[in-house]
Design a protein around this ligand. Structure first.
Ligand SMILES: *[C@@H]1O[C@H](CO)[C@@H](O)[C@H](O)[C@H]1NC(C)=O
Ligand SMILES: *[C@@H]1O[C@H](CO)[C@@H](O)[C@H](O)[C@H]1NC(C)=O
Length: 354
């Protein structure tokens, strides 16, 4: 097994996996510089890009908006997927995010994957919605003529091909670029980055529309469409839950280190991570108490019937009675008012003890 160490070499083989790139350039959530997430503005200058990324940004007048959109999409999806977990994706707290990037926890892996997935998704969608100058609808939709069947490509498909190529180039490490950690760590980052894009690709759907006299479906036009990002986020969350730990074999020398994979208690033969697995290196803390990656779970709202015990880490919870005022018994009054009464509802809110 030969592992080539320079970041800019294209193909690397680790336990049978071909890595398209062995290192990544960083963007958005994976960047180890402070990002003013609440004040990100859509201009190529203010976004903390590498020189090459900035050039790619300037080439297209719609790109800055798309890049911001990608960061927003990834952040919102991470927050939503983890809202019922002890680690609630508090990456908008810069010190938590930056500390996560210094290690290679499962949570770090999720951030890498959701970032590249968000970027891939945002660009493919911007192409088909006409927000970018240099790409438009999926070209494959037009040149594949399958007349024999009762459908053909048409419509405006989301342009995954352009997007994947863009992301590959955009996240390709440069010589002399940001050097992060040891080489094997860079490979883990790269693996999870590629995984994000793969999941977007796997989730592409074929959408068809019928033509023909009054609803008869004699011909159909079909195009490829991205799945809603929430579905991609759910896939990535599943991969996070089944993520595999990879560890560097300390006995190997620097040139042909191989990565060993260990999963939980199961011992020989060690399972082998493949392209569809999320991989990580370091064990996560329990995230119960305030620490370098999270504020802990004290004060977190939980759901008594499902997750208070686990989120509160066995410390118990406080119960608060809330009175909720809602509109009820609404009726339509000719013309044109809606008249409602006010109803009060009692609501018990559970929050973890500190
Ligand atoms: C995560 O939980 C903490 C409380 O532990 C809360 O302050 C914070 O706003 C939550 N973050 C998100 C993104 O929900
Ligand atoms: C609490 O969890 C239960 C079971 O999973 C679910 O049906 C319910 O809607 C949840 N309640 C809230 C307020 O989220």
């Amino acid at each position: 097994m030969v592992i080539v160490h320079q970041c800019w070499v294209l193909t690397v083989l680790i336990f049978g996996i071909i890595y398209p790139t062995s290192c990544t350039a960083y963007f958005g959530l994976t960047l180890s510089k402070r990002l003013p997430l609440d004040r990100l503005t859509a201009d190529c200058k203010g976004m903390r890009l590498t020189n090459k990324q900035r050039k790619m940004c300037y080439r297209d007048s719609g790109m800055a908006d798309t890049l911001i959109n990608a960061i927003r999409l990834s952040t919102m999806e991470c927050t939503s997927q983890f809202k019922n977990e002890r680690w609630n994706c508090s990456i908008t707290h810069e010190h938590h995010r930056l500390n996560l990037l210094k290690t290679a926890l499962k949570e770090t892996s999720f951030i890498y994957a959701v970032s590249s997935a968000g970027l891939t998704h945002a660009i493919a969608q911007s192409c088909s919605s006409g927000e970018l100058d240099r790409c438009s609808c999926d070209a494959n939709s037009f040149d594949m003529d399958i007349n024999k069947e009762a459908w053909k490509w048409g419509g405006c498909g989301d342009n995954l091909k352009y997007s994947v190529n863009f992301v590959k180039e955009f996240l390709k490490a440069q010589k002399g670029g940001e050097k992060r950690y040891q080489d094997y760590r860079a490979k883990v980052d790269s693996h999870n980055t590629v995984l994000g894009t793969r999941v977007v690709r796997k989730r592409m759907q074929k959408i068809c529309k019928c033509h023909g006299v009054s609803g008869s479906c004699t011909t159909q036009t079909c195009w490829r469409q991205l799945s809603p990002f929430h579905e991609i986020g759910r896939d990535l969350k599943n991969k996070y839950e089944n993520a595999m730990r990879v560890a560097m074999d300390n006995t190997a020398n620097a040139i042909d280190q191989s990565l060993r994979v260990r999963r939980r208690e199961r011992r020989p033969p060690p399972p082998v991570a493949d392209n569809n697995d999320m991989v990580f290196m370091d064990h996560s803390p329990d995230f119960c108490r305030r620490g370098q990656y999270s504020y802990g779970t004290g004060g977190r709202i939980c759901n008594k019937s499902s997750n208070c015990d686990s989120i509160c880490c066995g410390r118990g919870y406080n119960i608060r009675n809330n009175i909720k005022i809602t509109a009820c018994n609404c009726r339509f009054n000719w013309c044109c008012d809606v008249i409602c009464s006010k109803c009060t509802e009692r609501e018990e809110v559970y929050s973890c003890k500190s």
